[in-house]
Design a binder for this molecule. Structure first.
Ligand code: PMP
Ligand code: GLU
Length: 407
């Protein structure tokens, strides 16, 4: 799983740019599960990292209207002003009305491209970038594309697999140029508290390290209000921060491919110039849809309902693990829509990893989950509860049966 793709040989060998390229495991497992389902197999797919809900109607209508009005030409590179302004206002409201300037916002084709642009604009050869582990699959890849070196920083098992300043300090050296911090965390669902975030941001500031704060799951939070954000911190800590946000997860808009980055202006200018040569900005109708999603009060209410629904499913999954899967360690999810649980006690041989567990689970019970190998820790497995209650219940029963067969 962790092996780079075969880039061919001789005349047809692909460039060394792709030396570390591994296709996205999260994407491929979910697509394989969908393929099997379409072929008539009774597969339960709890691997997908995307909401099962439809996009709120008002957002879709805004895109249709934009097409009918002929807003189908190249958008400005940094994004249409209406979306940049809506994003700035949305972020401001989430952080108690703090001033957010639309000039510091750049829109890209999905938060994935926002993250790629940030990494490519800030890091290069000789630089290293700290990535708290377990981490979402694409971060190390993006750092490699920039020619820099990703350094995994193992999270503390006693602390929901989160990292603190001690671990960061131990992993940093003179080449450390950046830190990519995700909260709520994919794949664990852990959430950094405001105090924890502040300590990490202070550490980054003192050490002159760029902090890329991936807050794509910020509104999917099971505590009070949205999850704590770098935007809740004092101004001086934001000098070298790139905030990543978007409509994909909370607003059920994964397929529209809209990502949002907020950064100091030289960086947004660089990111915007970079995409002027690669994508010419995100699809214009999709930007109109996102502008409505981030500013319309009805959509906001729908978004909150979806989050409430995720909360119910989360409770169901946690309760199942507590009562029916006793002895299986898991991180209690406080945000996002993932539950991360530990499976190494079930390994039959030394070479087994979560990948073996998930392959067998698919073979025996037709249940698709993502092995922690994809996130840098082969002892754990990620279950997504962004699925219907019926599928979640069916999936959990299959998991219980499979685990019982291993005990
Ligand atoms: N960051 C994290 C942590 C994610 O899980 C995802 C999911 N794809 C992304 C960024 C990218 O989001 P998008 O679909 O907007 O590209
Ligand atoms: N982010 C989601 C996940 O972790 C979607 C797939 C992807 O973009 O990697 O499953």
């Amino acid at each position: 799983m962790d092996k780079p793709i075969d880039g061919g040989s001789g005349n047809t060998k692909v460039s060394s740019n792709l030396d570390f390229l591994v296709p996205s495991v999260t994407m491929s497992i979910s697509q394989e599960a969908q393929r099997r389902k379409a072929a008539g197999e009774d597969v339960v797919n709890l691997s997908a990292g995307e909401p099962d809900f439809g996009t709120p109607r008002a957002a879709s209508d805004a895109a249709i209207k934009s097409i009918q009005q002929g807003k189908t030409h190249y958008p400005p590179n940094a994004g249409i002003l209406e979306l940049r302004a809506a994003a700035a206002q949305n972020l401001s409201l989430l952080s108690g009305g703090r001033a957010v300037n639309a000039d510091r916002i750049v829109i890209s084709s999905g938060a994935k491209q926002s993250l790629f642009n940030a990494c490519f604009s800030l890091f290069g050869r000789g630089d290293s970038v700290l990535i708290p582990s377990p981490a979402w699959v694409s971060y190390p890849q993006m750092v490699h594309f920039a020619g820099a070196t990703p350094i995994e920083v193992q999270g503390d098992i006693e602390w929901s697999l989160k990292v603190g300043v001690d671990q960061l300090s131990a992993a940093a050296d003179s080449t450390t140029k950046g830190l990519i911090l995700c909260s709520p965390v994919n794949p664990t669902g852990a959430v950094y508290t405001r105090t924890e975030l502040q300590k990490i941001a202070e550490w980054a500031h003192e050490n002159d390290v760029w902090l890329i704060a991936d807050e794509i799951y910020r509104c999917i939070h099971y505590g009070e209000g949205p999850a704590p954000s770098v935007l809740d911190l004092p101004d001086e800590l934001l000098e070298k921060v790139v905030l990543i946000y978007g409509a994909s997860k909370a607003y059920a808009m994964t397929g529209w491919r809209i990502g949002i980055a907020m950064a100091p202006q030289p960086v947004t200018k660089a990111m915007s110039a970079l995409q002027s040569h690669t994508t010419s900005g995100a699809s214009q109708p999709a930007q109109w849809a996102a502008a409505t999603a981030l500013s319309d009060r009805k959509v906001e209410a729908e978004m909150k309902k979806m989050v409430e629904e995720f909360g119910k499913r989360r409770d169901l999954v946690v309760e199942f693990f507590r009562t029916r899967l006793q002895g299986v360690e898991f991180v209690e999810p406080m945000g996002a829509f993932y539950l991360f649980f530990r499976v190494d006690q079930f390994f039959a041989t030394e070479s087994d990893t979560a990948l073996t567990f998930c392959e067998e689970l698919m073979f025996e019970e037709a249940l698709a989950l993502v092995p922690g190998d994809a996130f840098g820790d082969g002892k754990w497995v990620r279950l997504s509860f962004a699925a219907s209650e019926k599928d979640i219940k069916k999936g959990l029963e299959r998991l219980e049966r499979y685990i019982a067969s291993l005990r």
